[in-house]
Design a protein around this ligand. Structure first.
Ligand SMILES: N[C@@H](CCC(=O)N[C@@H](CS)C(=O)NCC(=O)O)C(=O)O
Length: 204
């Protein structure tokens, strides 16, 4: 059975979310954090000590979106992905990568150099630059959402899981959603209301 090394609120939520959306059986493995000190078995699987890692038969997979893509194609009959040649493939790819490589990066810096550290270790200049960048990236999302319920293909896809995870962090974990535009606020509510995400968030 597929095994997900799961450590909420890490990006392993993306993996559990898509498994729940697709109804694919899986089990979770708890990690002893920090794995570099407490979980040598995990470090043997993922020497970077990052989350998530998934074990699927003989394969050990890392990178949350690549894992989700693999699971949807191998076990989910290609549901929730858009293939080359299909309408909106390019825009699907754009938002898929945007979630991880563009929208999530400044948010991570807000935490890493701000609220996630004791006040004497915070770096205010880095945090304010990251908030400025985050706001500009949200403006890009707002423009992309105008007139559509989902990011690509007129349906819920992995691109929505990619971006939706970051919006969940922004709203539910960091309470930084007051900068959301109207479309982004509505989109976030729509995506966060998905029952599969609720089940994923309930998994420990
Ligand atoms: N691009 C990777 C990023 C993985 C990543 O940075 N995960 C974070 C948690 S969300 C982590 O493990 N952080 C622990 C650390 O930096 O030591 C992915 O999408 O899987």
């Amino acid at each position: 059975m597929i095994e997900v090394c799961h450590l909420p609120p890490s990006r392993s939520i993306r993996v559990v979310w898509i498994l729940e959306e697709l109804g694919i059986p899986y089990k979770t493995r708890a990690i002893k954090f920090p794995p570099q000190i407490n979980d040598p078995e995990y470090i043997a699987l993922n020497p970077a000590g990052l989350f998530p890692t998934v074990i699927d038969g003989e394969e050990v997979l890392t990178e949350s979106l690549s894992i989700c893509d693999h699971l949807a194609r191998k076990h989910g009959g290609n549901a929730l992905v858009i293939n080359p040649g299909e309408d909106d493939y390019r825009i699907y790819q754009q938002w898929l990568f945007f979630g991880e490589a563009t929208l999530g990066v400044p948010l991570a810096n807000v935490m890493r150099y701000g609220a996630g550290r004791p006040s004497e270790e915070q770096v205010p200049r880095v945090v304010s630059d990251a908030l400025t960048a985050f706001s500009a990236r949200l403006a890009m999302l707002e423009k992309g959402l105008t007139g559509s319920d989902y990011l690509a293909g007129g349906r819920f896809t992995l691109a929505d899981i990619s971006v939706g995870y970051v919006l969940w962090l922004t709203k539910a974990m960091f309470h930084l959603d007051d900068g959301f535009g109207d479309q982004t606020a509505k989109y976030t509510d729509r995506i966060l209301a998905r029952p599969a995400l609720g089940r994923a968030l309930a998994k420990q």
